[in-house]
Design a protein around this ligand. Structure first.
Ligand SMILES: [Zn+2]
Length: 304
């Protein structure tokens, strides 16, 4: 960590060793984990600060469990179960979850920038719901073919389909369809990571064509017919031979396994769309870091 004064942004050490305005000022032992924390004093603005002031975890209690909570939440554990396992309060889990997920979002961006541009992309929507099946949510997921690297995702609300469509309108009113906006937002964000003449694969959804043409004008867009799942209740694993959208479907299936609120036929549901978004960030980071190719990157990027 580079030590700078939080107030006047003066660095502790300069390259030519000219600045001598910050000096060491004793240390203290942090109560929560008994770590020795160096203190500093800035002579320019007479400010006392420490390494802890500059840390992302500033003023957190129990910072030592941050990673363990994140690990639990991407291993199919619910927030309440995580609290029980770790013997901490449920609200502590929520707080740690939000903190780690927001950091994960930043790290995902950093990792995307480090990678070479993507030549083969697959994308599709994963469907889930908030509170009740009458209020469905769609998650547009973009995955690199073969490596299964998650490039990006976007969460949006969508109206209910099929038999419960009428009931949904009657009970909760007309539901906003944010899928198109979310797709455009996702494409706009990941545009810079995709090679100009990339191969883009998706299913035969008619709405996809114009968006792909608009954001990736020189790419080739391949569209495949949607297929039935091979196991009842596991719609992502397709029946009948090789699946052209395997990387994407496999990633979606893994997301359902890793995020407890996405497991099919579970007690566990999403209550807020924003939280599903954060949970996806956490899952995406762990997924990307667990891929074989990132074992090299891992050494260079801090995950927490
Ligand atoms: Zn200062």
């Amino acid at each position: 960590m580079k030590i700078i004064c939080p107030k006047c942004k003066n660095p502790y050490r300069t390259s030519d060793n000219s600045s001598r305005s910050i000096r060491k000022f004793g240390f203290f032992y942090r109560i929560s984990d008994r770590k020795k924390v160096q203190r500093f004093y800035c002579k320019l603005c007479s400010l006392h600060f420490s390494v802890a002031t500059l840390s992302f975890c500033y003023r957190q209690k129990k910072r030592q469990i941050n990673h363990r909570v994140a690990r639990q939440l991407v291993s199919g554990t619910s927030q309440r179960e995580c609290a029980r396992l770790m013997k901490i309060n449920r609200k502590t889990v929520v707080r740690k979850f939000i903190f780690m997920a927001e950091r994960a979002k930043l790290t995902l961006e950093k990792l995307n920038k480090k990678r070479p541009s993507i030549a083969q992309l697959e994308f599709d929507d994963l469907e889930t719901f908030e509170h009740t099946k009458c209020k469905p949510i769609s998650v547009t997921l973009a995955v690199e073919s073969k490596s299964r690297w998650i490039v990006g995702y976007e969460v949006a609300s969508m109206p209910a389909k099929g038999l419960i469509a009428k009931l949904s309108v009657k009970k909760y009113g007309k539901r906003h369809d944010g899928r198109s906006t979310a797709r455009k937002k996702l494409f706009g964000r990941i545009q810079k990571y995709i090679a100009s003449e990339a191969d883009i694969k998706s299913d035969q959804n008619p709405h996809y064509v114009t968006d792909v043409q608009r954001f990736f004008p020189r790419s080739r867009h391949y569209r495949y017919k949607g297929r039935r799942g091979c196991v009842v209740g596991q719609g992502e694993l397709k029946a009948g031979g090789s699946d052209p959208l395997f990387s994407l479907n496999h990633t979606c299936a893994m997301a359902r396994y890793r995020i407890s609120r996405l497991i099919r036929r579970t007690w566990n549901t999403t209550k807020k769309m924003e939280m599903l978004d954060l949970h996806f960030a956490l899952m995406s980071l762990h997924h990307n870091l667990s891929l074989k190719e990132t074992s090299l990157l891992r050494g260079r990027t801090a995950t927490g």
